[in-house]
Design a protein around this ligand. Structure first.
Ligand SMILES: [Zn+2]
Length: 654
């Protein structure tokens, strides 16, 4: 093969990754010019990409994501897996989407277009064109860069899954040819799946967007230039460093407003940009308040928000398929024209999607392969933020007589997560879309809340901060989270993580038996001994001496059982009728364990996990039993009712 020096036409000094102020390795540097043609719903793009080989391996092939091809026909992997449905929104047969690479060449060098081939590394689907590869005439060596020039045209689908249009609203997400991630010398470039999100490398984006003058634009990063063109269009240039994706949106019916957010500790100074559709203007204040809360909560808990802007996009009516989605420094929220204050959907979506700016944006885990690292950690964060600002018992729904907190909502979903899949699994390997989301969002979130109760709140806070600090602008894996948790807490947590992350089973401990029987006076025949001597050691041992022998004694039995497969060490609280308490411990391994007390008093109640640490336990109602009517009994009825509601809800897809 012929060596081509032009391939490496980038001087070291301007190579990404070595500027001192950079927060990330800056493996990619994109410069894109894109023009929207609203009538045909198409984008015309010119992209220059400088890609740094930051590995120890030389490469001769470059893979790119062409995500919009997921919407090209009904045989793509995305459409086959989803059946054309995404979160309840349906694909429109009359408005397919696609992206066509017209040409790809090395800057000032050979045309690579003839080498362009589609690949389907995950499922071999010949009808899927969401990944393309080009072959280079000569390898890019470690530390060297390749500069590519790509011409492309994209047609946006009618929006139902994140990206597309409805009327004059356009959401351009995953819209340009995006290079895969070279990880330890191997390309990671998956197809677009129904249940997967994304993965890309950090770098610098400069994007010039041209739209008709009347259109309002929002995009990743800061607007650095704006000019009007003779043809009735305008061109806006956006710039952002240390992000791994770039998204933009436009609509003439957006109303743009800006507010500053500042914080002293830690130091944050950023501009909040709101693009609210005029149909939803009445709810702007709800978005503003929630975004302020998100910025404050995440900055204080994990680390200062590092970017100069954060843009909230409120999709047009009918465009909710684009809603609730994160991109670096920009996210889509969502609401409806009528949204009572007691339904906190706009607040929850705002805090959740802003939160992805941390778990996905700044800490760049692989959403294809380990979605819990962004969705689960973010659900955990969302529950804590929502509970803090809106009340633990009413964060999601808050009407007189009907209140539901975010924790209860996510726990119900956890219970409905089934026993098919573990939390860690490739996104497209889950048995169903609901199994994916119930596991990687809700169950993973509740798992982290359980870990917090096992470690204690202070230790958990340190774990999360350390994980954020260590892995920001990098690509951690599950093992990295586990290692951070173990090292920071100084505890071996294999027993916890091995089960909760990798086994699809359940945690369920119960008090299954509770009995108090009066100890009978000895009766009958006892060979060669006086009747009184016939008492067993156990029955006489516990406080039944001569003076009290005539008073009744009780043989009190408590049986606790492991009903699920997961083994968690247990504490058991046993309460007697005189109010005395005994605490027992059990390693939780056997299927059951019996505790016997012979005493002059009867049992009152017994409870496993009395501190309620194991929030993953799928049935709180069986955690306790009571003999005598006590105040606890009333509470148990309440728990029983909740258990029943949970059971009912487990059949509903959440
Ligand atoms: Zn999410």
């Amino acid at each position: 093969m012929r060596k081509t020096p032009i391939l490496l036409g980038v001087v070291l000094a301007c190579m990404p990754g070595i500027t001192s102020a950079a927060l990330s390795r800056q493996v990619v540097n994109y410069d894109i010019h894109v023009r929207l043609h609203p009538e045909t719903k198409t984008l015309e793009g010119r992209e220059t990409l400088v890609w740094l080989n930051d590995s120890n391996t030389e490469v001769t092939e470059l893979p790119f994501h062409l995500y919009l091809n997921a919407f090209k026909n009904n045989r793509t992997t995305f459409m086959k897996e989803s059946g054309g449905l995404s979160r309840g929104f349906k694909a429109d047969d009359a408005n397919w989407g696609r992206i066509t690479v017209r040409s790809i060449r090395l800057r000032n060098g050979p045309d690579l277009t003839p080498t362009l081939a589609y690949a389907a590394p995950d499922d071999g689907n010949p009808d899927d064109q969401t990944v393309m590869r080009v072959t280079l005439p000569a390898p890019v060596k470690p530390g060297e860069s390749a500069a590519l020039e790509i011409d492309f045209e994209a047609k946006l689908p009618k929006v139902f899954a994140r990206s597309g249009f409805v009327g004059n609203f356009f959401m351009a997400g995953q819209w340009f040819p995006k290079i895969g991630v070279l990880r330890e010398g191997v390309w990671n470039c998956h197809q677009y799946h129904a249940q997967s999100e994304f993965f890309a490398d950090y770098g610098v984006f400069t994007v010039e967007i041209t739209v008709p003058e009347a259109y309002v634009v929002g995009a990743t990063g800061r607007r650095v230039k704006e000019s009007r063109n003779a043809d009735g269009t305008k061109s806006l240039v956006y710039f952002q460093e240390d992000v791994h994706d770039f998204a933009w949106t436009t609509c003439p019916d957006f109303v743009e407003s800006r507010e500053r957010f500042t914080l002293d500790e830690p130091k944050v100074d950023t501009e909040m940009i709101f693009l609210v559709h005029r149909a939803h203007l009445g709810q702007r204040d709800r978005y503003v308040r929630a975004l302020r809360q998100g910025l404050e909560f995440y900055s204080k808990k994990y680390g200062a928000y590092p970017y100069g802007t954060i843009t909230l996009v409120d999709p047009a009516p009918g465009g909710m398929g684009a809603g609730g989605m994160e991109y670096p420094t920009l996210f889509t929220a969502g609401t409806m024209s009528f949204m009572p204050r007691g339904l906190r959907m706009p607040e929850m979506v705002t805090i959740h999607e802003f939160g992805h700016g941390y778990w996905y944006g700044i800490v760049g885990s692989n959403e294809f392969e380990e979605a819990w690292l962004d969705e689960g950690i973010n659900t955990y964060s969302e529950i804590k933020a929502m509970s803090l600002y809106y009340g633990a018992d009413r964060a999601m729904i808050d009407f007189p007589g009907l209140k539901i907190g975010d924790f209860s909502y996510q726990r119900l979903a956890t219970i409905g997560s089934g026993r098919f899949d573990p939390i860690v699994r490739k996104s497209w390997d889950y048995i169903s879309g609901s199994s994916y989301s119930l596991n990687v969002y809700s169950k993973a979130g509740i798992m982290l809340l359980t870990l917090e109760r096992v470690l204690g709140e202070d230790v958990m806070a340190r774990v999360m901060r350390t994980y954020f600090e260590t892995w920001k602008f990098r690509h951690p894996r599950t093992e990295d989270f586990v290692r951070t948790a173990e090292e920071t807490s100084g505890r071996g947590l294999g027993w916890f993580f091995d089960q909760v992350l990798h086994s699809p089973d359940k945690l369920d401990y119960a008090v299954t038996g509770l009995r108090s029987e009066e100890v009978q006076e000895p009766k009958g025949i006892f060979d060669g001994k006086a009747a009184a001597a016939g008492k067993s050691k156990t029955e006489t041992a516990a406080g039944v001496d001569r003076r009290t022998a005539r008073k009744p004694a009780f043989r009190n039995t408590v049986v606790v059982a492991r009903l699920g497969e997961w083994v968690f060490p247990q504490e058991i609280k046993v309460t007697f009728a005189d109010g005395k308490e005994v605490r027992e411990t059990w390693d939780g391994r056997d299927r059951w364990k019996k505790f016997v007390y012979t005493l002059p008093v009867k049992l009152a109640s017994a409870q496993v996990d009395p501190e309620n640490r194991y929030l993953l336990d799928v049935n709180f109602a069986n955690n306790s039993r009571t003999l005598a009517p006590t105040p606890w009994a009333a509470r148990k009825y309440a728990l029983g009712f909740m258990g029943w509601v949970q059971h009912l809800l487990s059949f509903v897809s959440l």
